[in-house]
Design a protein around this ligand. Structure first.
Ligand code: FES
Length: 100
């Protein structure tokens, strides 16, 4: 389903979007869009309100960091992951996510 327009998430930014009943953090890394679960695996913080630097998204609650291109935690030696969903851009810039 369409969750946003390309113009609302320029490169280097992240926003929260709703697809069905699930919220996602939608990040634009150098023009490529990535969507991860909005709920931080640490304690449910809103990743879509976090800080995006390159491909690393830092949670606003306690600073855990996630690579939005893989879903992996940024810190070496950890197995923590945030789930990702595929992103599609159609038409004249409609961003679509699956409804799970
Ligand atoms: S809830 Fe995200 S770092 Fe704690």
């Amino acid at each position: 389903m369409t969750v946003a327009r390309l113009s609302t998430v320029p490169p280097g930014t992240v926003i929260q979007v709703l697809a069905g009943e699930r919220w996602y953090a939608l990040a634009n890394v150098d023009g490529v869009l990535h969507a991860v679960d909005n709920n931080c695996p640490h304690n449910g913080g809103p990743l879509g309100k976090g800080t995006l630097i390159g491909r690393e998204l830092t949670c606003p609650w306690h600073g855990w960091c996630w690579d939005v291109t893989s879903g992996r935690n940024c810190w070496p030696g950890t197995d923590w992951r945030v789930s990702r969903v595929p992103v599609r851009v159609v038409g004249d810039g409609e961003i679509q996510l699956p409804v799970l």
